[in-house]
Design a protein around this ligand. Sequence first.
Ligand code: HAM
Length: 427
Amino acid sequence: MYKAPRGTTDILPGEQAYWAHVQQRAAEVCLLYGYERIDTPAFEDYGLFARTDAEGTDLVEKEMYIFEDRGGQKLALRAENTAPVCRAYVEHGLFNLSQPVRLYYIGPTFRYERPQAGRYRQHHQFGCEALGDASPILDVEVIELAIRFLESLGLTRLSVLLNSIGCRECQPAYVEVLQQYYQAFSADVCSDCRVRMVRNPLRLLDCKQSACKRIVDAAPHISDYLCPECKDHFREVQEQLKVLGIPFALNHTLVRGLDYYTRTVFEILPQRQGSQSAIVGGGRYDGLIEQIGGKPTPAVGFAMGLERVILNIKEQGLDVPVPPGPRVYIAHVGTPARQTAVSLARRLRGAGIGVLASTGTKSFKAQLRQANSLGVTYTIILGDNEVEARTAVVRDMARNEQSTLPQDELVEHLGRPVDCSPDSASS
Ligand code: HAM
């Protein structure tokens, strides 16, 4: 027996209403803010993710799916979407367009992690990136967009955590102070943190081990070491969030797991919080495009896991529109009726009426039971008599009434074509 690989899930038909809804809402909200869709490949050159400056991050060291193709090229499944979007921005000369370029994506993302509720080896990210502009207004725009999207789904009481981790100029001085502070605790911290002290000191602040938590809490705050430009940027972000009435909490230990952030970093958490609770993660990454071979270009963005969004929709008991099923079921008995059923189904579908045609392998009774369980509006019944008279018995399932009609009048009688838009489904 084969099973879906550990940490992956099949999205069965019963789940699709959630996925259609969140993707539709994401597209609508992005349209409101002028973000255009981009799709990048599911795999990239390994080096795009494993840049030298990315060494020491869990993503590069432990979580990537790496493989060599038959031509000997070392590739990696997309472990996050920001570097691929930056690669596309440079490769296709999007820097020649009016800046900032606003892009969004929705797609599967792959990380070899220890699976648990809300954490998978294949998850789907919806994210936005605004490239080519350093204004703090954009930092706030992407936070506002993420919140508007979550609120459009009915998710409320969200917490925004905010920090600034400085820039190339001011961060090194803070890192030195942090390393000095940790010297006194090298015997007390966990084994991971002992490595971080050397390889990736900022990540010390993110350690969740109880032994390290106490040390983290008393660590020097990066906000006290920001250069004047980073301080101004951070102040403007906070002021603008206040103007928009978006509540946020400053969190001096928020540093994020990826290497490329500069200045603003943020996370958005739902009402119920646990270890895998951040729905949204993002921030500014003014050095990344240069690191992958482009010109120095400021940029900011976020990504969110749609599995976590849907988990929260379910936990909060929120409704999602269910797309309508077929309107008509055709039951039939006998060979001539089977042929008529197939042609009639084709004619009705051609007129935009959804039809589920029985294959005729079930008994007549079983066909009617199936029609009932599908919740169709009408069942059409065909037998030898109807074929000969070119008529059909039409049963209105809700009223439990039936009448005989000429086959040529069925399109008119069975009514309006299917409207597949989600809004029609909720009405
Ligand atoms: P990230 O925090 O690694 O950031 O991931 C973003 C979001 O993806 C998380 O908040 C979470 O909702 C979801 N996520 C991450 N890993 C998993 C997983 N294993 N299972 C389920 N959901 C997961 C990034 O990926 C950055 N590229 C975000 C960004 C965009 N920063 C700037 N622009």
